[in-house]
Design a protein around this ligand. Sequence first.
Ligand code: C5P
Length: 231
Amino acid sequence: MPDDRLIAALDVPNALAGLELAQKLGDRVSFYKIGLGMLTSGGFALANELKQEHGKRIFLDMKLFDIGNTVENAVRGLAQFDMDFLTVHGDPHVVRAAKEGASGKDLKILAVTVLTSLDRADLDASLIKSGEIKELVLERAVNAFEAGADGVIASPQEASAIRALPESKGRLIVTPGVRPVGAALGDQKRVATPEMALANGADHIVVGRPIYSAENPASAAQAILDHLPKA
Ligand code: C5P
């Protein structure tokens, strides 16, 4: 059985490159994340192909945010395509609407708490209330869970505090910002190793550049899998 705790991000320029990468990774990787950049260059067709023809699980990272009615309709449309995870912003009205749109389907709604690229100055510029980012993350995670989110996206360094919340029981924690020992950080700041992220309570780790930028993506993915604690 392939280990679906590893989600490989297909952040490559277009659907053809995404398919080639998935072919290189082969049976090792069973779960793929397709983000906005890929979605605007053929990613939706790629998602369907990976799902229908190769039996992969698919995480659509769309980070939806709109009025409830629009979110609900968008998610209802998407839910027909048999995808596995979808991100929305963690505002309660958005999460509730997304859950309504996904009702009766297996699509899991994951809430983004506070984008990890934002610092306090960015939050001030967006008129977001004062306080430490970590506290806001926890508060938004609780609100998202109470609104029905199936899980949250979190940095591996926030995962243990979220896992400690009673509201997170039975919900998913999915962490990007994961780097194997020795891998380049790129623009990620708050990182942890794949094994630490899982030990901190993550259910799935999302890994992009350490796999797709590796000289041999298949062996990079295999090395990550080999280091994961037994499921
Ligand atoms: O290349 P890297 O491993 O940093 O890729 C991580 C993936 O997770 C990217 O697709 C990035 O957009 C996404 N992501 C993130 N931080 C978030 C949410 C999503 O890095 N808070």
